[in-house]
Design a protein around this ligand. Sequence first.
Ligand SMILES: Cc1cc2nc3c(=O)[nH]c(=O)nc-3n(C[C@H](O)[C@H](O)[C@H](O)COP(=O)(O)OP(=O)(O)OC[C@H]3O[C@@H](n4cnc5c(N)ncnc54)[C@H](O)[C@@H]3O)c2cc1C
Length: 302
Amino acid sequence: MFIRRLPKFEYHTPSTVREAIAIAGKHNGDAKFIAGGTDLLLAMKKREIMPAHLVSLNGIGELRYLTVLANGKPSEEAGGLKIGALTTLAQLLASDAVKKDYAPLWDAVDVMASAQIRSLATIGGNLCSAVPSADTAPPLLAMDASIEIVNHSGKRTIPLNEFFNGPRQTTLGHKEILTHILIPKMDSSSGGCYLKLMRRNAMDLALVAVAVCLKLDETKKVCKEARIALGAVAPTPIRVPEAEAMLAGKKIDEMQITEAAKIAGMQCHPISDIRATLEYRCSMVEVLTKRAIERTLQRIQA
Ligand SMILES: Cc1cc2nc3c(=O)[nH]c(=O)nc-3n(C[C@H](O)[C@H](O)[C@H](O)COP(=O)(O)OP(=O)(O)OC[C@H]3O[C@@H](n4cnc5c(N)ncnc54)[C@H](O)[C@@H]3O)c2cc1C
């Protein structure tokens, strides 16, 4: 593919969120925030977007952290994991807390891009780019994550499933910054996993992706809660509540798993494109959902 030089732009290096928002406000509509730049700079080289101003978030230390919450502010008192939007994929992959207690996210980062890209690319950039195949979105949806968005007049926290509007479209305004992601704590009777189907085993976007999170009862046989999220099979990453309802409140057996997977395959609405047909994607959703539920059960029961 022929990729041209970057178009001309002015580069701004604020050191606080407030300063970054003020700069974006001054150049209303003609400024873009840049994190790792692994999506944005490519889009600029292809002339898909040509902002005259880039506002770098990289000097804002308060956006690059991973904190395991024990007790916190009211909205965080149940504990969980708080991830600054500028945290890189490499930092997530290196985190024992993510690997051990938030496995679906770790599974996703483990199959994303290359080591070079992961050292630059951020979790916030992956969500804000809002491509249907963004790998961190399904696990975060399945783990019921919420996000904090800051603008000049304050901040708001919304569930992640209210963030995506369409391919490359979110509820984020020009002058708003995604500051962090909050994942509720998973206890020992909960677990999950993320499976991604690619045309090759590395450096490829998902043809189909499935994330599953289950919470079992004390016997580890009955499912109390189920969340299933899909990527690359709809204009946005989606949850499939009908498939989840097939598992929630039931003793999970082979029949339940097969039925839930079948429903997930019917509930997605992918397109046919150069990488796969609609029919193939739907049947792969069914296969991957079944495998993801089985792997999740194995993980919890182990
Ligand atoms: C070779 C290659 C392989 C890749 N492989 C994968 C893959 O396997 N899976 C996958 O999902 N993606 C992949 N990507 C895409 C990309 O690397 C990821 O989406 C990455 O996480 C984007 O993060 P970034 O920090 O580079 O975002 P940037 O490019 O800096 O920004 C992306 C968009 O988000 C906005 N933005 C960024 N941060 C914020 C914020 N905090 N608040 C508000 N707006 C913000 C920017 O304005 C821009 O519009 C790949 C890219 C390349 C080049």
